[in-house]
Design a protein around this ligand. Sequence first.
Ligand SMILES: NC(=O)c1ccc[n+]([C@@H]2O[C@H](COP(=O)([O-])OP(=O)(O)OC[C@H]3O[C@@H](n4cnc5c(N)ncnc54)[C@H](O)[C@@H]3O)[C@@H](O)[C@H]2O)c1
Length: 244
Amino acid sequence: MFNLKNKVAVVTGSGGGLGEAMARSLSEAGAKIAILDLKDGGKVAKSLKTKSKYYQVNVLDEKNIQGVLDEVEKDFGRIDVLINNAGVFFPTPIIETDASNWDKIINVNLKGYFLVTKHAVPKMKNGGKIINTASVAGTHAFAGSAAYNASKGGVIMLTKTMAQEFAPRGILANAICPGVFETPMTTDLLKSEEMNQMIKGSVPLGREGKPNELGPLAVYLASDENTYMTGSIITIDGGWTCHL
Ligand SMILES: NC(=O)c1ccc[n+]([C@@H]2O[C@H](COP(=O)([O-])OP(=O)(O)OC[C@H]3O[C@@H](n4cnc5c(N)ncnc54)[C@H](O)[C@@H]3O)[C@@H](O)[C@H]2O)c1
């Protein structure tokens, strides 16, 4: 079950963290992987068992995206799965945040998903699957993170729009909303006593998630067995938001 043999998956932000974990799980299920990241993902690509290659891309640069996706198509023949995942996080309390910092988060986390999808979908000629990494911050507001919350809320609405626009092409699009996972993005956050107390007190499973706990969900969403789930927003957070 959930065999991805011969599928070609493009995963943005897969030079580390959740993107790397999803790329790894997809590869273990047989998919060939295009690792797209701003930072060097060469080591990750080399460590995967299936054919895989790293492409440097800045998801803010439309020409760069187009060029890289053309290369992916030349190298792998087609695209079956797209995971939009490259993202940034830093605090943005509303009255203290520069417009340029607002733009940075919204542009990487939301416009980047739009741009990569815009140029990947015409290459998904046999239909396929799109998975967008949103966040519990897209469904529940966290004070001090206005731009991040708004970007992830935007990803949820973008996902629902993708589901509608791409259904006639046989492309199913869903969003994943992780809670707190241990990645380079959260390393500093997870060092704070306050954060650890919050996790112990508010997350029913009493701990943060490990990146490899996200992989199997991505494999299912990407697989041929997923024939009827599209436009869905799937939370994976140890139960955190059940009581928010
Ligand atoms: N870690 C968590 O707790 C958590 C929770 C919810 C959602 N998320 C989301 O999951 C996704 C992955 O985050 P992560 O925790 O693995 O963080 P991470 O920092 O480990 O990974 C993010 C990746 O995106 C890449 N990236 C950033 N800007 C880019 C750009 N302009 N162009 C191309 N690549 C770029 C980075 O180089 C990095 O490899 C993000 O969208 C994040 O918002 C993370």
